[in-house]
Design a protein around this ligand. Sequence first.
Ligand SMILES: [Zn+2]
Ligand SMILES: [Zn+2]
Length: 394
Amino acid sequence: MSIDWMQSAQSLREELIARRRDFHRHPELAFEEIRTAGIVAGELQNLGLEVQTGVGKTGVVGILEGSDSNGPTVLVRCDMDALPINEQNAAEYVSTSAGKMHACGHDGHTAIGLTVAKMLSQHKEKLHGRVKFVFQPAEEIAGGAKAMINDGALINPAPEVSLGLHLWNDLPVGQVSITEGSAMAGSGTFTITIKGRGAHGASPDQGRDPIVCGSQIVSALQTIVSRNVSALDTAVISVTQFHSGSAFNVIPSEATLNGTFRTYRPEVTQFVMKRMEEVARGIAAALDCSIDISIEELTPPLINNDESNRRVRDVFNKVGGDSLQLRNDVRTMGAEDMAVFLEKVPGTFFFVGSANAERNLNFPHHHPRFDIDEDSLPIGAGLLAAAVADYVIK
Ligand SMILES: [Zn+2]
Ligand SMILES: [Zn+2]
Protein backbone atom coordinates (compact mmCIF):
# COMPACT_ATOMS: atom_id res chain seq x y z
CA MET A 1 0.00 0.00 0.00
CA SER A 2 1.49 3.31 -0.95
CA ILE A 3 1.44 6.20 1.51
CA ASP A 4 -0.81 9.20 0.81
CA TRP A 5 1.61 11.98 1.67
CA MET A 6 -0.80 14.81 0.84
CA GLN A 7 -3.41 13.34 3.16
CA SER A 8 -0.81 12.68 5.82
CA ALA A 9 0.28 16.36 5.66
CA GLN A 10 -3.35 17.52 5.88
CA SER A 11 -3.80 15.47 9.04
CA LEU A 12 -0.93 17.47 10.61
CA ARG A 13 -2.31 20.79 9.36
CA GLU A 14 -3.23 22.30 12.74
CA GLU A 15 0.14 21.45 14.29
CA LEU A 16 1.97 22.75 11.21
CA ILE A 17 0.11 26.08 11.27
CA ALA A 18 0.60 26.46 15.03
CA ARG A 19 4.34 25.90 14.60
CA ARG A 20 4.60 28.37 11.76
CA ARG A 21 2.73 30.99 13.80
CA ASP A 22 5.02 30.42 16.77
CA PHE A 23 8.10 31.01 14.58
CA HIS A 24 6.34 34.01 13.05
CA ARG A 25 5.79 35.56 16.49
CA HIS A 26 9.47 35.10 17.33
CA PRO A 27 11.56 36.10 14.30
CA GLU A 28 15.35 35.94 14.59
CA LEU A 29 17.85 37.56 12.25
CA ALA A 30 20.71 35.87 10.39
CA PHE A 31 23.06 33.87 12.65
CA GLU A 32 20.91 34.75 15.69
CA GLU A 33 18.41 31.89 15.27
CA ILE A 34 18.99 30.56 18.81
CA ARG A 35 15.35 30.02 19.83
CA THR A 36 14.34 28.66 16.43
CA ALA A 37 17.32 26.29 16.26
CA GLY A 38 16.58 25.12 19.80
CA ILE A 39 13.00 24.21 18.89
CA VAL A 40 14.17 22.50 15.68
CA ALA A 41 16.85 20.46 17.49
CA GLY A 42 14.44 19.48 20.29
CA GLU A 43 11.74 18.35 17.88
CA LEU A 44 14.17 16.37 15.69
CA GLN A 45 15.52 14.67 18.83
CA ASN A 46 11.97 13.79 19.93
CA LEU A 47 11.44 12.19 16.55
CA GLY A 48 14.51 10.02 17.07
CA LEU A 49 16.82 11.73 14.61
CA GLU A 50 20.55 12.05 15.20
CA VAL A 51 21.00 15.79 15.76
CA GLN A 52 23.99 18.11 15.42
CA THR A 53 23.66 21.72 16.53
CA GLY A 54 25.94 24.70 16.03
CA VAL A 55 26.67 23.70 12.44
CA GLY A 56 27.53 26.99 10.73
CA LYS A 57 26.98 28.87 14.01
CA THR A 58 23.22 28.42 14.50
CA GLY A 59 22.43 25.71 11.92
CA VAL A 60 20.98 22.30 12.79
CA VAL A 61 21.48 18.97 11.01
CA GLY A 62 19.20 16.01 11.72
CA ILE A 63 19.73 12.57 10.23
CA LEU A 64 16.84 10.17 9.89
CA GLU A 65 18.40 6.71 9.44
CA GLY A 66 16.36 4.11 7.65
CA SER A 67 16.00 0.54 8.87
CA ASP A 68 18.10 -0.46 5.87
CA SER A 69 21.32 1.52 5.52
CA ASN A 70 21.61 0.51 1.85
CA GLY A 71 20.18 3.45 0.03
CA PRO A 72 20.78 7.06 -0.89
CA THR A 73 21.28 10.04 1.39
CA VAL A 74 18.75 12.75 0.53
CA LEU A 75 19.38 16.28 1.74
CA VAL A 76 16.32 18.35 2.69
CA ARG A 77 17.11 21.99 3.19
CA CYS A 78 15.08 24.58 5.12
CA ASP A 79 16.01 28.12 6.14
CA MET A 80 15.22 29.72 9.50
CA ASP A 81 16.10 33.42 9.46
CA ALA A 82 13.91 36.53 9.44
CA LEU A 83 14.47 40.06 8.12
CA PRO A 84 15.15 43.46 9.74
CA ILE A 85 11.66 44.77 8.91
CA ASN A 86 8.97 46.23 11.17
CA GLU A 87 5.88 44.09 10.58
CA GLN A 88 2.75 46.02 9.61
CA ASN A 89 0.26 43.13 9.73
CA ALA A 90 -2.49 42.86 12.28
CA ALA A 91 -2.76 39.06 12.49
CA GLU A 92 -2.90 37.50 15.95
CA TYR A 93 0.48 35.86 15.22
CA VAL A 94 2.20 39.16 14.35
CA SER A 95 5.92 39.55 15.22
CA THR A 96 6.58 40.29 18.88
CA SER A 97 10.10 41.60 18.15
CA ALA A 98 10.16 45.20 16.97
CA GLY A 99 12.19 45.61 13.79
CA LYS A 100 12.25 41.89 13.01
CA MET A 101 9.86 39.99 10.80
CA HIS A 102 9.45 36.74 8.92
CA ALA A 103 8.73 38.54 5.66
CA CYS A 104 10.04 35.85 3.33
CA GLY A 105 8.23 32.74 4.57
CA HIS A 106 11.17 31.03 6.30
CA ASP A 107 8.92 30.52 9.35
CA GLY A 108 6.79 28.34 7.06
CA HIS A 109 9.85 26.54 5.65
CA THR A 110 11.08 25.61 9.13
CA ALA A 111 7.61 24.38 10.15
CA ILE A 112 7.31 22.39 6.90
CA GLY A 113 10.75 20.83 7.46
CA LEU A 114 9.77 19.63 10.93
CA THR A 115 6.48 18.25 9.58
CA VAL A 116 8.29 16.37 6.80
CA ALA A 117 10.69 14.92 9.39
CA LYS A 118 7.70 13.77 11.44
CA MET A 119 5.90 12.25 8.46
CA LEU A 120 8.96 10.35 7.25
CA SER A 121 9.98 9.18 10.72
CA GLN A 122 6.55 7.51 11.03
CA HIS A 123 7.61 5.24 8.15
CA LYS A 124 11.16 4.61 9.26
CA GLU A 125 10.85 0.84 8.92
CA LYS A 126 10.29 1.23 5.16
CA LEU A 127 13.14 3.69 4.72
CA HIS A 128 16.24 2.65 2.73
CA GLY A 129 19.16 5.00 3.16
CA ARG A 130 18.71 8.19 5.14
CA VAL A 131 17.37 11.72 5.05
CA LYS A 132 19.63 14.55 6.11
CA PHE A 133 17.62 17.56 7.25
CA VAL A 134 19.62 20.77 7.02
CA PHE A 135 18.10 23.77 8.80
CA GLN A 136 20.28 26.67 7.73
CA PRO A 137 20.78 30.08 9.29
CA ALA A 138 21.39 33.35 7.49
CA GLU A 139 19.81 32.75 4.10
CA GLU A 140 18.90 36.42 3.76
CA ILE A 141 22.46 37.68 4.00
CA ALA A 142 23.82 34.72 1.98
CA GLY A 143 26.35 33.00 4.17
CA GLY A 144 24.51 30.35 6.16
CA ALA A 145 24.86 27.63 3.54
CA LYS A 146 28.59 28.17 3.18
CA ALA A 147 29.06 28.27 6.95
CA MET A 148 27.24 24.94 7.32
CA ILE A 149 29.22 23.34 4.48
CA ASN A 150 32.48 24.59 6.05
CA ASP A 151 31.35 22.89 9.27
CA GLY A 152 30.87 19.58 7.45
CA ALA A 153 27.15 19.59 6.59
CA LEU A 154 27.84 17.77 3.32
CA ILE A 155 30.05 14.97 4.69
CA ASN A 156 29.44 11.92 6.89
CA PRO A 157 27.24 11.06 5.10
CA ALA A 158 27.52 12.90 1.77
CA PRO A 159 24.11 13.41 0.13
CA GLU A 160 23.40 12.36 -3.47
CA VAL A 161 20.49 14.67 -4.06
CA SER A 162 19.24 17.87 -2.42
CA LEU A 163 15.64 19.02 -2.24
CA GLY A 164 14.01 22.17 -0.96
CA LEU A 165 11.17 24.59 -1.51
CA HIS A 166 10.22 28.24 -1.21
CA LEU A 167 6.71 29.43 -0.39
CA TRP A 168 6.05 31.88 -3.22
CA ASN A 169 3.73 34.88 -3.10
CA ASP A 170 4.13 35.60 -6.81
CA LEU A 171 2.02 32.45 -7.31
CA PRO A 172 -1.49 31.79 -6.02
CA VAL A 173 -1.90 28.94 -3.56
CA GLY A 174 -2.53 25.73 -5.49
CA GLN A 175 0.17 26.44 -8.09
CA VAL A 176 3.63 24.94 -7.88
CA SER A 177 6.61 25.46 -10.18
CA ILE A 178 9.46 23.05 -10.80
CA THR A 179 11.53 25.36 -12.96
CA GLU A 180 13.89 23.95 -15.59
CA GLY A 181 17.55 24.90 -15.30
CA SER A 182 18.29 28.31 -13.78
CA ALA A 183 15.43 29.35 -11.53
CA MET A 184 16.98 32.12 -9.47
CA ALA A 185 19.84 34.50 -10.10
CA GLY A 186 23.37 34.44 -8.87
CA SER A 187 24.15 37.61 -6.96
CA GLY A 188 27.06 39.69 -5.88
CA THR A 189 27.95 43.10 -4.51
CA PHE A 190 30.45 45.75 -5.46
CA THR A 191 32.05 48.87 -4.01
CA ILE A 192 33.91 51.37 -6.16
CA THR A 193 35.79 54.19 -4.46
CA ILE A 194 36.73 56.95 -6.90
CA LYS A 195 39.68 59.06 -5.89
CA GLY A 196 40.09 62.48 -7.47
CA ARG A 197 41.32 65.77 -6.10
CA GLY A 198 39.18 68.20 -4.19
CA ALA A 199 38.84 71.83 -5.22
CA HIS A 200 36.66 74.93 -4.91
CA GLY A 201 33.28 74.40 -6.60
CA ALA A 202 34.00 77.48 -8.71
CA SER A 203 37.33 76.12 -9.99
CA PRO A 204 36.87 72.54 -11.19
CA ASP A 205 39.96 72.97 -13.37
CA GLN A 206 42.03 72.91 -10.18
CA GLY A 207 40.67 69.52 -9.10
CA ARG A 208 39.74 66.13 -10.52
CA ASP A 209 36.04 65.69 -9.90
CA PRO A 210 35.14 62.21 -8.53
CA ILE A 211 31.39 62.95 -8.81
CA VAL A 212 31.53 63.53 -12.58
CA CYS A 213 33.73 60.44 -12.89
CA GLY A 214 31.34 58.38 -10.71
CA SER A 215 28.33 59.53 -12.75
CA GLN A 216 29.95 58.30 -15.94
CA ILE A 217 30.82 54.99 -14.31
CA VAL A 218 27.16 54.56 -13.25
CA SER A 219 26.02 55.08 -16.84
CA ALA A 220 28.77 53.00 -18.40
CA LEU A 221 28.11 50.02 -16.11
CA GLN A 222 24.68 49.74 -17.76
CA THR A 223 26.34 49.20 -21.13
CA ILE A 224 27.68 45.89 -19.81
CA VAL A 225 24.08 44.62 -19.71
CA SER A 226 22.94 46.32 -22.93
CA ARG A 227 26.12 46.02 -25.08
CA ASN A 228 28.36 43.26 -23.69
CA VAL A 229 26.14 40.48 -22.34
CA SER A 230 24.36 38.55 -25.09
CA ALA A 231 20.74 39.57 -25.55
CA LEU A 232 19.85 35.91 -25.00
CA ASP A 233 21.51 35.92 -21.57
CA THR A 234 20.36 37.82 -18.52
CA ALA A 235 22.13 40.23 -16.22
CA VAL A 236 21.22 43.11 -13.94
CA ILE A 237 23.64 45.69 -12.59
CA SER A 238 22.18 48.19 -10.12
CA VAL A 239 24.13 50.99 -8.50
CA THR A 240 22.14 51.46 -5.32
CA GLN A 241 24.30 53.92 -3.38
CA PHE A 242 26.32 56.98 -4.46
CA HIS A 243 27.97 58.83 -1.62
CA SER A 244 30.08 61.95 -1.95
CA GLY A 245 30.53 65.52 -0.90
CA SER A 246 29.44 67.68 2.02
CA ALA A 247 29.10 71.27 0.79
CA PHE A 248 27.54 73.07 -2.18
CA ASN A 249 30.74 74.84 -3.11
CA VAL A 250 33.32 72.11 -2.56
CA ILE A 251 34.34 69.50 -5.10
CA PRO A 252 35.10 66.49 -2.89
CA SER A 253 38.16 64.32 -3.28
CA GLU A 254 36.32 60.99 -3.16
CA ALA A 255 33.06 59.32 -4.18
CA THR A 256 31.82 55.84 -3.40
CA LEU A 257 29.44 53.66 -5.41
CA ASN A 258 27.84 50.47 -4.11
CA GLY A 259 25.47 48.07 -5.75
CA THR A 260 24.45 44.58 -6.67
CA PHE A 261 24.62 42.43 -9.79
CA ARG A 262 22.58 39.39 -10.83
CA THR A 263 23.14 36.77 -13.51
CA TYR A 264 21.69 33.43 -14.53
CA ARG A 265 24.80 31.53 -15.58
CA PRO A 266 28.18 31.19 -13.82
CA GLU A 267 29.99 32.16 -17.08
CA VAL A 268 28.03 35.40 -17.23
CA THR A 269 28.86 36.11 -13.58
CA GLN A 270 32.59 35.87 -14.34
CA PHE A 271 32.21 37.97 -17.48
CA VAL A 272 30.19 40.70 -15.73
CA MET A 273 32.68 40.89 -12.86
CA LYS A 274 35.58 41.26 -15.31
CA ARG A 275 33.81 43.94 -17.38
CA MET A 276 32.74 45.95 -14.31
CA GLU A 277 36.36 46.30 -13.30
CA GLU A 278 37.55 47.13 -16.85
CA VAL A 279 34.83 49.75 -17.39
CA ALA A 280 35.30 51.42 -14.01
CA ARG A 281 39.09 51.54 -14.34
CA GLY A 282 38.95 52.73 -17.95
CA ILE A 283 36.60 55.61 -17.22
CA ALA A 284 38.50 56.62 -14.11
CA ALA A 285 41.75 56.69 -16.10
CA ALA A 286 40.15 58.76 -18.88
CA LEU A 287 38.97 61.32 -16.32
CA ASP A 288 42.28 61.37 -14.45
CA CYS A 289 40.91 59.72 -11.32
CA SER A 290 41.91 56.44 -9.74
CA ILE A 291 39.71 53.78 -8.18
CA ASP A 292 39.66 51.04 -5.59
CA ILE A 293 37.20 48.36 -6.58
CA SER A 294 35.99 45.26 -4.79
CA ILE A 295 33.54 42.87 -6.39
CA GLU A 296 32.23 39.95 -4.39
CA GLU A 297 30.15 37.01 -5.57
CA LEU A 298 27.59 36.11 -2.88
CA THR A 299 25.61 33.22 -4.33
CA PRO A 300 25.88 31.32 -7.60
CA PRO A 301 22.81 31.08 -9.87
CA LEU A 302 20.30 28.53 -8.56
CA ILE A 303 20.28 25.73 -11.13
CA ASN A 304 17.92 22.79 -10.89
CA ASN A 305 19.05 19.38 -12.10
CA ASP A 306 17.18 17.90 -15.08
CA GLU A 307 17.06 14.36 -13.74
CA SER A 308 15.80 15.18 -10.25
CA ASN A 309 13.35 17.70 -11.78
CA ARG A 310 11.88 14.93 -13.95
CA ARG A 311 11.61 12.62 -10.99
CA VAL A 312 10.04 15.22 -8.69
CA ARG A 313 7.64 16.28 -11.46
CA ASP A 314 6.46 12.66 -11.91
CA VAL A 315 5.88 12.41 -8.16
CA PHE A 316 3.92 15.69 -8.03
CA ASN A 317 1.80 14.64 -11.02
CA LYS A 318 0.94 11.46 -9.17
CA VAL A 319 0.24 12.87 -5.69
CA GLY A 320 -0.92 16.41 -6.51
CA GLY A 321 -4.40 15.58 -7.72
CA ASP A 322 -6.57 17.80 -9.88
CA SER A 323 -6.35 20.83 -7.61
CA LEU A 324 -2.58 21.20 -8.03
CA GLN A 325 -1.49 23.27 -11.00
CA LEU A 326 2.05 22.31 -11.90
CA ARG A 327 4.20 24.71 -13.92
CA ASN A 328 7.82 24.91 -15.01
CA ASP A 329 8.32 28.60 -15.78
CA VAL A 330 8.72 30.63 -12.60
CA ARG A 331 11.97 32.56 -12.58
CA THR A 332 13.20 35.49 -10.55
CA MET A 333 16.29 37.70 -10.37
CA GLY A 334 16.16 37.20 -6.60
CA ALA A 335 18.98 35.07 -5.21
CA GLU A 336 18.86 32.07 -2.85
CA ASP A 337 21.48 30.50 -0.62
CA MET A 338 20.10 27.06 -1.62
CA ALA A 339 22.12 27.61 -4.81
CA VAL A 340 25.27 26.90 -2.80
CA PHE A 341 23.95 23.44 -1.83
CA LEU A 342 22.71 22.76 -5.38
CA GLU A 343 26.11 23.67 -6.78
CA LYS A 344 27.65 20.84 -4.73
CA VAL A 345 24.75 18.36 -4.62
CA PRO A 346 22.40 18.32 -7.64
CA GLY A 347 18.69 18.49 -6.93
CA THR A 348 15.47 20.43 -7.16
CA PHE A 349 14.25 23.59 -5.47
CA PHE A 350 10.58 24.23 -6.19
CA PHE A 351 8.21 27.16 -5.64
CA VAL A 352 4.98 26.56 -3.72
CA GLY A 353 2.31 29.19 -4.44
CA SER A 354 1.26 30.92 -1.21
CA ALA A 355 -0.68 34.02 -2.29
CA ASN A 356 -4.39 34.62 -1.97
CA ALA A 357 -5.43 37.96 -3.49
CA GLU A 358 -9.01 37.73 -2.19
CA ARG A 359 -7.76 37.56 1.38
CA ASN A 360 -5.12 40.29 0.79
CA LEU A 361 -2.40 37.71 1.27
CA ASN A 362 -0.44 38.69 -1.80
CA PHE A 363 2.09 41.26 -0.67
CA PRO A 364 5.52 40.54 -2.14
CA HIS A 365 8.36 38.92 -0.23
CA HIS A 366 10.27 41.33 2.05
CA HIS A 367 7.26 43.70 2.29
CA PRO A 368 6.19 44.74 5.84
CA ARG A 369 2.73 43.31 5.08
CA PHE A 370 3.96 40.01 3.62
CA ASP A 371 1.87 37.07 4.77
CA ILE A 372 0.90 33.73 3.25
CA ASP A 373 -2.23 31.67 2.76
CA GLU A 374 -1.53 28.89 5.25
CA ASP A 375 -3.20 26.36 2.94
CA SER A 376 0.20 26.40 1.22
CA LEU A 377 1.86 24.82 4.28
CA PRO A 378 0.35 21.30 4.09
CA ILE A 379 0.70 21.41 0.29
CA GLY A 380 4.42 22.16 0.64
CA ALA A 381 4.91 19.53 3.36
CA GLY A 382 3.02 16.83 1.44
CA LEU A 383 4.89 17.49 -1.80
CA LEU A 384 8.30 17.66 -0.15
CA ALA A 385 7.68 14.45 1.82
CA ALA A 386 6.49 12.68 -1.34
CA ALA A 387 9.56 13.84 -3.28
CA VAL A 388 11.94 12.62 -0.57
CA ALA A 389 10.01 9.35 -0.17
CA ASP A 390 10.40 8.63 -3.86
CA TYR A 391 14.17 8.29 -3.25
CA VAL A 392 14.16 6.43 0.04
CA ILE A 393 10.87 4.59 0.58
CA LYS A 394 10.23 1.49 -1.48
ZN1 LIG B 1 14.04 36.56 1.36
ZN1 LIG C 1 13.49 33.39 1.24
